[in-house]
Structure formats: structure tokens, C-alpha cells
Design a protein around this ligand. Structure first.
Ligand code: FMN
Length: 270
């Protein structure tokens, strides 16, 4: 074990090895192994991080062979004041049994992950700020009760404003179990799932990317909350889930694409 660790440390650039050792020392002192990740992600005037062997390949996933379900254009205005919506936002975990409309789902997806313009180099820009405009966040939907949408698992294609059908069926219970039995995940008419394609951000930001990619998802996640609030719906961010069960449901490789948040959404129960 000791020999393997020294082999790893000697294969790394000196500054990176030093950061691992510093993190390990602090981990021992504080009783917190996360200090190793923390020190690994830090930069300084004399050390700007380590590049990682990733390439940026595209700004979103697409499933070319899948059936596409075009989403209705999202509403241009919500009728609610932005400041009022920010202040009234809460995590809401009780949902009425009534279905969501496809227009509501379209608004939630577009205003949390949608493409709103072009950068000077031609790449897309999104509703959420993204480190290096590399856009690691992917959106999926587990639909149970959405008008005009068969129950199933879908991927949101932001360039086309469409859902891509991955699998038909009711996956709510499976997702609730993956979310450590949290009932609001199973009871919601739809659950939006955010993942991050880590290589998009890591291709530029190296060891700082694990932090940056999660921050991107947080910015997009606040949009889900605010849009739900503006439309009179309820949602809550759910970060408590068994990662590998969510990856298996989505049929993704948990090292390449990491699930970060689930957002059950539904009408508020009166
Ligand atoms: C990263 C993150 C993970 C969370 N995970 C869960 C969760 O697994 N289950 C849940 O019911 N709420 C979860 N929440 C919601 C918080 O419990 C909630 O935001 C907090 O209690 C503050 O309440 P408020 O959102 O109503 O202001 C999470 C929130 C964040 C930001």
C-alpha cells in the first residue's frame, strides 16, 4: 500500500504531490479526508494547477436514434416579479396528484438549461453561467404524470428544445429507492435529473474542474427553483441519493458523467 502511494506521488508533478501530502496531513489533523480534494483543487501565484488528459467534445449530449418529442415554446413572461420570486422560493416537498403540463416542463427545462445565444467563437451560451462556457450540465426527466408525455425516461436536448425518449415506463419508485427512499421523489409527477459531464470542464480547468462543474450545476439548479416558484409549482433539490443506482437508471458511466441533483416537481398541494 505504502509503496503504491509513493509510486503514485512520484509519477505526479512535484507541486501536485506536495498538495496531496499537505491535504493528507490536514486530513489527519482535522479527521476529514476531503481535505485531500480541497488542497488538490487549490491554485496559488506559483502553481496554477495541473492539466488533465480530457478533450472538450461538444456542449451537450444527444441520442440520435431516439424518438424526439418537441417541447412547446416556453412562455416569454411569468407575470411574477423577479425579486418577489427570489424571496418567496422554498424547498417544497408535497405535490398534488394533478399532472404537469408539457408547457410547464418546457419552461422548467428551458429556463434552467436552455441555450440563449452564441459566444464570439460560435459556441452556445446558456441561461446559467458556466466556467469557461464549457457547459457540463445535462438534464434528464423521469416523467410519471405529464400531459402529452408517456411515462418514461427522457434526455433534454437543449439545442433542439426537444426531449429524447430513452425508455418508456414508470421509473418513479426506482428513483425514490435510489434517493434513499425520499417519498417526495417518488410522488412527484416528474423529476428533473442533473448530471455533469466532467471532461467538458476538466479539459480546460484540470484539477479545479471537479469544483467548477458542480458550481455550474448549482447555478442551473437555482433556476429550476425560481422557475417553479414563478409558475406556482413546487420543487426541492435532492442531493441525497445512491450515485451508482442513479447512473444505472440513466445508463451512464458514473466516472464520465456524474449525477449531481434530482428535482422532483409538481403542483403545490393546497
Ligand atoms: C446541495 C443540496 C442538496 C439537498 N439535498 C436534499 C435532499 O436530499 N432531500 C431534501 O429533501 N432536501 C434537500 N435539499 C434541500 C435543503 O434541505 C433545503 O434547501 C434547506 O432545508 C433550506 O430550505 P429552503 O430551500 O426551503 O430555503 C438540498 C439542498 C441542496 C442545496
Amino acid at each position: 500500500m505504502g509503496a503504491r502511494i509513493s509510486e503514485l506521488l512520484s509519477a505526479l508533478p512535484r507541486e501536485v504531490a506536495e498538495r496531496i501530502i499537505m491535504g493528507a496531513k490536514r486530513a489527519l489533523v482535522k479527521g476529514d479526508p476531503a481535505m485531500i480534494c480541497h488542497y488538490l483543487s487549490m491554485i496559488s501565484p506559483t502553481y496554477l494547477g495541473m492539466d488533465l488528459p480530457y478533450v472538450h467534445s461538444g456542449y451537450h449530449k444527444s441520442y440520435p436514434g431516439s424518438r424526439k418529442i418537441p417541447l412547446p415554446p416556453p412562455p416569454q413572461v411569468s407575470g411574477r416579479d423577479a425579486f418577489e420570486v427570489i424571496v418567496s422560493r422554498r424547498s417544497r416537498r408535497k405535490y398534488a396528484p394533478s399532472p404537469l403540463s408539457l408547457a410547464e416542463l418546457s419552461a422548467l427545462l428551458y429556463y434552467s438549461l436552455g441555450v440563449t445565444g452564441r459566444a464570439w467563437w460560435g459556441g452556445p451560451k446558456r441561461v446559467y453561467p458556466s466556467s469557461g462556457a464549457l457547459q457540463p450540465v445535462e438534464g434528464y426527466v423521469v416523467a410519471k404524470r405529464v400531459e402529452g408525455l408517456e411515462p418514461g425516461l427522457y434526455h433534454y436536448n437543449p439545442a433542439e428544445g426537444a426531449l429524447e425518449e430513452l425508455r418508456k415506463g414508470n421509473f418513479s419508485r426506482q428513483l425514490e429507492e435510489a434517493a434513499i427512499g425520499q417519498e417526495h421523489v417518488g410522488s412527484a409527477p416528474a423529476v428533473i435529473i442533473f448530471t455533469i459531464v466532467y471532461s467538458r470542464t476538466a479539459s480546460k480547468y484540470g484539477l479545479r474542474a471537479y469544483k467548477f462543474a458542480h458550481l455550474d450545476a448549482g447555478f442551473a439548479g437555482q433556476n429550476v427553483y425560481l422557475v417553479a416558484e414563478a409558475l406556482g409549482l413546487g420543487t426541492t433539490a435532492v442531493g441525497g441519493f445512491y450515485d451508482e443506482l442513479v447512473c444505472s437508471l440513466l445508463d451512464i458511466d458514473c466516472e464520465e458523467e456524474m449525477p449531481v441533483l434530482l428535482f422532483p416537481v409538481g403542483r403545490r398541494e393546497r
